[in-house]
Design a protein around this ligand. Structure first.
Ligand SMILES: *Cc1c(COP(=O)(O)O)cnc(C)c1O
Length: 365
């Protein structure tokens, strides 16, 4: 069975096997392991020792995104969120639930985010302190240029918070070159290919030191967590961690390194995506994005016009054939989505295209 979804993703057996070991979190085995995962995540984000730190948090992507919003945004602050799709809308909901003012920048969702539009929105509203960016918009499949938009935000003297949840581990992240960025957020079970259950944040130390009063939460306060780790050790956890999942992250990071790092992983995902993109076309289906806009993480496909076709029926038919796809659509029009990420190869993607054709009763042309 393979997961052809943009998270959760297929994991390697060695990564799953790493769960079969119990730890006490205050133990001499666990603490150095946790400390080293924090540092490896920081390094993957292009963070600089002394300038940036990595955090490991219990929970999924939404949890750690909430922590970043609560920690770095002033309580009376305003955040501009360019609306690239459903994941940007989720960030807007998280920010407004914390009581922050949200300013939505409406954008065409089938195009790259325009840095000039972001700059104009910032110039029009001096009360905005932060811009919330989704790097890889998992609802559309478009990968946005966070470096270019970040440069516009920097020029306007504001700060960014970046949701890199479906990007991190494959697409490049260089925090050293983005001084306007307070925090980058990601999770264990997307491009890092570990088990789900943990979120990560890489954040600026100077900002953490100045943001110790914002969060109105103990669990979601990264500044509190930072000061607690200075006091109790870099490998300490404030609350009981899913230690087994963290051990799976350690093994998954070893595999990422062995593969050649994020650039090599990105190349594999791009090959997977090429196979899926051309494969669905050969089945007579049409991708929703033109090829030059299609990112390497997830694609949407217009649903087949065949009479009686339903997404749920198709999902079930594919599952019987060993392929799991999302059972919901992320677009305003009917579509199905296919993920190209996880521990799968272009050969797996090719096999999956064959199963998709079989379940449609069609053969690849
Ligand atoms: C998956 C995803 C999330 C949400 O992550 P959960 O782990 O489901 O909470 C947020 N943003 C983006 C861009 C994602 O791809």
């Amino acid at each position: 069975m393979i997961l052809l979804t943009p998270g959760p993703v297929t994991t390697r057996p060695e990564v799953r096997a790493a769960m079969a070991h119990d730890f006490a979190p205050w133990d001499d085995d666990f603490m150095p392991m946790h400390a080293s995962v924090r540092d490896r995540i920081r390094a993957l984000a292009g963070g600089v020792i002394g300038e940036h730190v990595g955090f490991v948090l219990q929970g999924s992507g939404h949890f750690v995104m909430e922590a970043a919003l609560r920690t770095f945004m002033p309580r009376a602050g305003s955040i501009l969120i360019p609306c690239t799709g459903q994941y940007a809308e989720r960030m807007a909901r998280l920010a407004s639930e914390t009581g922050r003012r949200v300013v939505i920048l409406a954008l065409p969702q089938d195009r790259l985010m325009d840095p000039n539009a972001v700059r104009a929105a910032l110039d029009a509203d001096p009360s905005i302190s932060h811009v919330g960016l989704v790097y890889s918009e998992t609802s559309t499949g478009i990968v946005h240029d966070v470096a270019a938009v970040g440069a516009a935000v920097r020029a306007a003297g504001r700060r960014t918070l970046i949701d890199a949840i479906s990007a991190f581990g494959a697409l490049p992240v260089d925090m050293a070159a983005m001084p306007e960025c307070d925090a980058v957020v990601c999770t264990s079970n997307k491009c890092l290919e570990a088990l789900p259950g943990l979120g990560f944040c890489v954040a600026r130390v100077d900002r953490l030191e100045r943001c110790s009063r914002n969060a109105e939460s103990w669990c979601f306060d990264l500044a509190d967590s930072y000061f607690a780790s200075l006091a109790h050790g870099w490998g300490s956890f404030r609350f009981t961690p899913p230690a087994q999942v963290l051990n799976s992250v350690r093994v998954a990071l070893d595999f990422l390194e062995a593969e050649g790092g994020p650039a090599s992983r990105l190349a594999r995902y791009a090959s997977n995506m090429g196979v899926l993109y051309h494969g669905v076309r050969s089945l007579g289906l049409s991708p929703c994005l033109p090829e030059h806009l299609q990112g390497p993480i997830v694609m949407n496909v217009h649903t087949p016009a065949a009479p009686g076709w339903t997404l749920c029926g198709y999902v079930d038919a594919l599952k019987l054939r060993g392929v799991v796809i999302s059972n919901f659509s992320c677009t305003e029009f009917p579509s199905m989505r296919l993920g190209a990420i996880g521990a799968i190869s272009p050969a797996d993607a090719q096999w999956a295209v064959g199963q998709m054709g079989d379940a449609l009763g069609r053969r690849a042309a």
